[in-house]
Design a protein around this ligand. Structure first.
Ligand code: BDR
Ligand code: CA
Length: 314
């Protein structure tokens, strides 16, 4: 067996973050070095607590979960709409008995990336929430980019328009300045924008297929995903909620499930309707070199087979 890919997961759980964490922990191809949390869907104390509960629920309490930034670099605080007040819908996951980690997410990212550079290794950084933690680490020490194999971020919206404003996707809207810092850092960037994550729609038939699998965690996973069902067929064409964040992990496991495009991506930072918009130059109109691989097409049946099989096997 090949050596597992070392990954850090930076997130704001969140129902779909939690499903993404499960997928990562269920996958022998990945070595989850740690989970750093950030304010996003819910305030930072809650994303930390949810992250701790998710790893405990997954039976992996030894995976460290760290506290992170509590507010965006600049601009207003925005919270998630679809994960319920506590971030995990109505589902009560058991508390973790693991000792609380005191190190801050920014220091943890810094420590891992600096060690990787010192040992001529690289680490993959998965970002499933606002990019504040990674941006602060990179602002403090831009040379850390050399330790990043790739940043794979659920972020942005191009042809679909936004999900929180007509132009902006939530994770970028919640900290557009951080997204801009990460996009400019020089490390390889892969974005999973709404354009691809809207194809990961957990329709009732697909959720039924998870229900039909007999795993230790499937009943609770179905409960989480069912709560998250936005039942918004006007937007998605079918009922169901998009499982945005698991697309990031699926890209690491099965890149062939995705069609991609290269683009030069910047972020709207001026107040107004363009605030938090990701602007993609897909046709080299600006003359700028592309700075991101943008996931664009998803083999949805293959994605759900992978996701459900792995969750059921945990
Ligand atoms: C993103 O926002 C959050 O609500 C989800 O967890 C996902 O990361 C989608 O816009
Ligand atoms: Ca998220």
């Amino acid at each position: 067996m090949t050596t597992p890919l070392p990954v850090l997961i930076d997130c704001d759980p969140g129902v779909d973050d939690s499903i993404a964490i499960l997928l990562a922990l269920a996958s022998p191809e990945l070595e989850v070095l740690g989970i750093t949390t950030v304010a996003g869907n819910v305030p930072a104390d809650r994303t930390l607590e949810n992250g701790r509960r998710v790893v405990a629920w997954a039976g992996r309490p030894e995976v460290p979960v760290y506290p992170g930034c509590t507010a965006p670099l600049l601009g207003p605080v925005v919270r998630g709409k679809y994960s319920g007040a506590g971030g995990l819908g109505g589902t009560l996951l058991p508390e973790s008995a693991a000792p609380a980690e005191r190190d801050h997410a920014v220091d943890v990212l810094t420590r891992h990336l600096a060690a990787a550079i010192a040992e001529s290794r690289k680490i993959t950084v998965c970002v499933l929430g606002p990019m504040t933690n990674l941006a602060v680490a990179l602002a403090r020490d831009p040379s850390l980019a050399a330790g990043i194999a790739q940043v794979v971020a659920m972020a942005g919206a191009f042809s679909t328009g936004g999900n929180r404003t007509p132009t902006a996707e939530f994770n970028v809207l919640a900290d557009p300045h951080a997204a801009e810092i990460v996009l400019r850092c020089g490390a390889p960037i892969v974005l999973a924008p709404l354009d691809v994550t809207f194809q990961a729609l957990a329709t009732p038939e697909r959720v039924q297929a998870l229900k039909a699998r007999d795993g230790r965690l499937t009943r609770t996973a179905v409960e989480l995903i069912t709560f998250y069902d936005r039942n918004d067929p006007a937007r998605y064409g079918e009922p169901g909620g998009p499982l945005h964040d698991p697309c990031v992990i699926a890209w690491l496991l099965r890149p062939k499930l995705f069609g991609t495009r290269e683009a030069y991506v910047t972020v709207g930072l001026q107040p107004g309707l363009g605030y938090g918009q990701t602007i993609g130059d897909f046709f080299k109109l600006t003359g700028e070199t592309p700075n991101a691989t943008v996931l664009w097409k998803l083999n949805a049946p293959g994605f759900f087979d992978l996701l459900w099989d792995r969750i059921a096997a945990l």
